[in-house]
Design a binder for this molecule. Structure first.
Ligand SMILES: Cc1cc2nc3c(=O)[nH]c(=O)nc-3n(C[C@H](O)[C@H](O)[C@H](O)COP(=O)(O)OP(=O)(O)OC[C@H]3O[C@@H](n4cnc5c(N)ncnc54)[C@H](O)[C@@H]3O)c2cc1C
Length: 383
């Protein structure tokens, strides 16, 4: 959808579309089957300056907003959600540095992320701390001029591939959630190792790994903001990143609709194209309506965030929930339009549905986000 976009925004969409058509679509099935990390495609995305969208101008970025990031992510997701997840997760790792990093930290890390020379990752989840982030057990205990990191993070996107990790750990375990801090950890330092790449239902080409810290010494200057700010930094990061997950869902649903529409015009049964059956037409129409509604909500949330509004948790959560629930329905209906062929791996539909599922889970499950919306409404009323 290119309406109401500026020339610059249309250019972002066109660049992504070219990468999708030329570089992603021809290899996505193989990447999925063999779980191949899309390293070369990520380099191409970097060469096209798309990582600069995440970063302010003074640190080598383009100083655009969440809206432009959503446009790029939506288009990349039309091609392949593993690629889009890899791209968006680097942005997710960069946000804590942007919102709470010192000028020195920003100068050191953001230009490398803007160029795409290095990827970032966001390390919060642990085996016993998924939705319940207050239960993290990884510790970062202060000793002299460093923090001693011990613990294991689970299911971290870009794990092993990224060079810059924002890790959430307890600097004061007695204080519970108020004792959590965010700290930048660079790949390659002693005591920091990776687990195997996870074998997953969907986004199989994206890298999801354990991060293992054993007496890992991280310089004290790597702490973001100050001790005890970890939970707030994590929540502020998600407020900005959740519409981007929404845009992933919109992109994969759009791809499924395009496939289903095309197929309905060539598949013949009872002597006529299945697109002539009203049952099929209505499914296609409903898919288009729901995609457009989700897109509108995602774009609106992104624009509200870019306007500088502070209370964004509710809207940001709504956009992710609506778009991801929509993507599951639309990708499933697209398979229905393909009939049995949709169930086969020769067609991209079953992969789209497998990929879409993650958008309901990561960066806060849709149940947790409904809790956030309800609690915010109870506190601040219906806006
Ligand atoms: C492919 C993949 C990539 C990921 N990437 C990252 C990453 O880069 N960084 C990172 O830190 N994490 C990452 N995660 C982790 C992800 O954010 C968590 O899986 C998610 O937050 C849910 O946690 P959980 O899986 O432990 O589920 P649980 O918290 O155990 O939840 C299980 C079920 O219970 C429900 N539930 C739990 N608590 C409540 C409640 N209070 N009210 C109602 N329902 C509730 C949940 O909605 C869910 O349905 C990734 C996960 C996956 C699968």
């Amino acid at each position: 959808m290119k309406y109401l976009l500026t020339e610059e925004q249309k250019m972002i969409v066109d660049i992504c579309r070219k990468i999708v058509d030329e570089r992603i679509v021809p290899v996505r099935a193989e990447m999925d089957e063999k779980a191949i990390f899309p390293g070369e495609i990520i380099k191409e995305i970097a060469k096209s300056d798309l990582f600069r969208l995440f970063i302010p101008e003074e640190f080598g970025g383009m100083g655009t907003g969440i809206f432009e990031i959503c446009l790029a992510t939506e288009e990349l997701s039309r091609g392949d959600l593993s690629v889009a997840t890899t791209y968006a997760a680097s942005g997710l790792g960069a946000i804590p540095i942007m919102i709470s990093g010192s000028v020195e930290q920003k100068k050191k890390y953001l230009p490398q992320l803007a160029s795409g020379e290095k990827l970032a990752a966001f390390g919060l989840t642990e085996a016993e701390a998924g939705s319940d982030v207050g239960n993290i057990r990884t510790t970062a205990l202060k000793e002299k001029d460093f923090y001693l990191l011990n613990g294991t993070k689970q299911w971290i996107t870009n794990g092993g591939e990224a060079d810059i990790y924002v890790i959430f750990a307890m600097t004061d375990p007695k204080k519970g959630i108020r004792g959590a801090s965010a700290i930048i950890v660079e790949k390659g330092i002693p005591g920091f190792e990776f687990g195997k790449k996870e074998d997953k239902l969907g986004i199989r080409a994206s890298a999801t790994r354990e991060l293992v810290f054993t007496d890992c010494r991280v310089p004290e200057e790597n702490i973001l903001d100050k001790e005890g700010m970890g939970f707030i930094i994590a929540m502020k990061t998600f407020d900005q990143s959740r519409p981007v997950v929404g845009s992933q869902a919109v992109g994969v649903a759009q791809a499924a609709l395009e496939e289903a529409l095309g197929y309905s015009k060539v598949r013949k049964q009872f002597g006529t194209h299945i697109s002539s059956f009203q049952a099929i037409q209505h499914m296609l129409a409903d898919m288009a309506i729901n995609i457009e509604a989700a897109r509108a909500l995602v774009y609106h949330a992104a624009k509200v965030i870019d306007s500088g509004e502070k209370n964004i948790s509710r809207l940001s959560s709504m956009s992710k929930i609506f778009a991801s629930d929509m993507a599951i329905k639309v990708t499933s209906d697209a398979i229905q339009i393909f009939g049995g062929y949709g169930f086969m791996k020769e067609y991209p539909l079953e992969k789209m549905m497998r990929d879409a599922k993650i958008t309901q889970i990561y960066e806060g499950t849709n149940q947790i986000l409904r809790n956030i919306i309800a609690l915010d409404m109870i506190k601040r009323g219906v806006i």
